[in-house]
Ligand binder design. Structure first.
Ligand SMILES: *Cc1c(COP(=O)(O)O)cnc(C)c1O
Length: 384
């Protein structure tokens, strides 16, 4: 989502460089687009089927349903599982608002929990402490491309008999031990917003699940509640949330490159860590059992306003993810049961710095120089 919030000044080091990525697959993209535009078959069809099969296999699940965007994927999961008014759904306070929005849209009640200071994602103990007799599900958000301890969390949700849902919108390809994001929950939501690790040429999303019945329900709900295999019979009041053939073709082509691109992001994150180690700028700590995919490079800094001015002065792109936590946003604040000290402190300290597969070590060094110079001499604002 970085490009929505990044500075408007044209950057020497961009926040995100999609052009470099797309240049690598340009020929395949052109070929697929020519074929689809000639076929005049734009919704569903073999490109969508092929992507769904490939992405399910990639994530290690049986089923994948392509939908219109990641927010719809979340809402369709909640509808498909039958959640609505009276159901409490646990959600981290530190997330993009879409996670919370989906809960409120289906009429359920978001129950915010705070996150861990080292990773800014949720821990099993926080979920456990928030469970009541009205809890229907917990949504775990693999924010910034990191996965929390999914074994511990699965144990908590199984013991409580509640659903586990993954918001994997920022975590295509991330792993907890040897399993990928999207394969732990009853279902997972992915976004293919252009800036995500796997991005379409517009809005797109998917649901992954091991549960065939759930995937069929979601497939139907996403197609006006149409009874699968029929043309004119509708068994539910659904909506229109389908994946376009053009987007599916782009996604299939880019999926082949995803592991390489994620590995390059990992190398970039290591370089940031190396340059920011023992400075006033703090990067996230990954659990050694996890393999993050570094959707965003989050740095926590003291004197953020000063840091942002310095980045602008050096024409370095940046973003804030997210400066106002979702429990403090107007439509959701009535659900807040503060305090959420880690989320609130992070909201004031985080800055997202350039992160994309083709960023060079040299550029990372320049970004780190600016960060370190702008924060030198100030007390570390991280409280640790
Ligand atoms: C991007 C994102 C979404 C929403 O996805 P869209 O495709 O933009 O609707 C949901 N949750 C998180 C954590 C995201 O980053």
């Amino acid at each position: 989502m970085g490009c929505r919030t990044m500075t408007e000044i044209p950057a020497d080091i961009p926040f995100l460089d999609l052009a470099a990525q797309h240049a690598e697959v340009a020929i395949a993209l052109d070929r697929a687009w020519a074929k689809i535009t000639a076929s005049n078959r734009f919704i569903g069809g073999s490109y969508v089927d092929d992507f769904e099969t490939a992405f399910a296999r990639y994530c290690g699940v049986k089923e994948c349903v392509g939908v219109a965007n990641g927010t719809d994927a979340l809402e369709l999961i909640l509808c498909g599982l039958g959640f609505g008014p009276g159901d409490e759904i646990i959600v981290p306070a530190n997330t993009f608002v879409a996670t919370v929005e989906a809960i409120v849209t289906v009429g359920s009640t978001p129950v915010f929990v705070d996150v861990e200071d080292e990773t800014l994602v949720v821990a099993a103990a926080a979920i456990e402490a928030a469970i009541t007799e009205r809890t229907a599900a917990a949504i775990v958000v693999h924010l910034y491309g990191q996965m929390p301890d999914m074994d511990a969390i699965s144990e908590v949700t199984e013991r409580a008999g509640i659903a586990l849902i993954e918001d994997a919108a920022q975590a295509h390809g991330a792993r907890w031990l040897d399993r990928r994001a999207g394969s732990f929950g009853h279902a997972a939501a992915f976004s293919f917003y252009p800036g995500k690790n796997l991005g379409a040429f517009g809005d797109a999303g998917a649901v992954t699940t091991h549960d065939f019945d759930l995937s069929e329900r979601i497939r139907s709900l996403a197609d006006h509640g149409r009874l699968i295999g029929t043309r004119h019979e509708h068994s539910a009041s659904g909506r229109n949330s389908r994946l376009d053939a053009l987007q599916a073709a782009v996604l299939s082509i880019k999926l082949d490159r995803l592991d390489d691109w994620n590995a390059s992001r990992r190398a970039a994150a290591d370089t940031y860590r190396k340059y920011l180690d023992a400075t006033n700028c703090r990067v996230l700590q990954a659990d050694p059992r996890s393999t993050p995919v570094h959707h965003l490079e989050i740095v926590r800094v003291p004197l953020r306003a000063q840091v942002l001015r310095a980045l602008d002065a050096h024409r370095i792109g940046w973003g804030l993810h997210y400066p106002i936590p979702s429990h403090q946003q107007r439509p959701f604040e009535r659900f807040a049961r503060p305090p959420y000290p880690v989320t609130e402190r992070a909201a004031a300290e985080i800055v997202s710095v350039p992160m994309f597969p083709t960023i060079t070590s040299h550029d990372i060094e320049r970004v780190c120089d600016v960060l370190v110079t702008a924060t030198r001499g100030s007390a570390s604002g991280t409280g640790s």
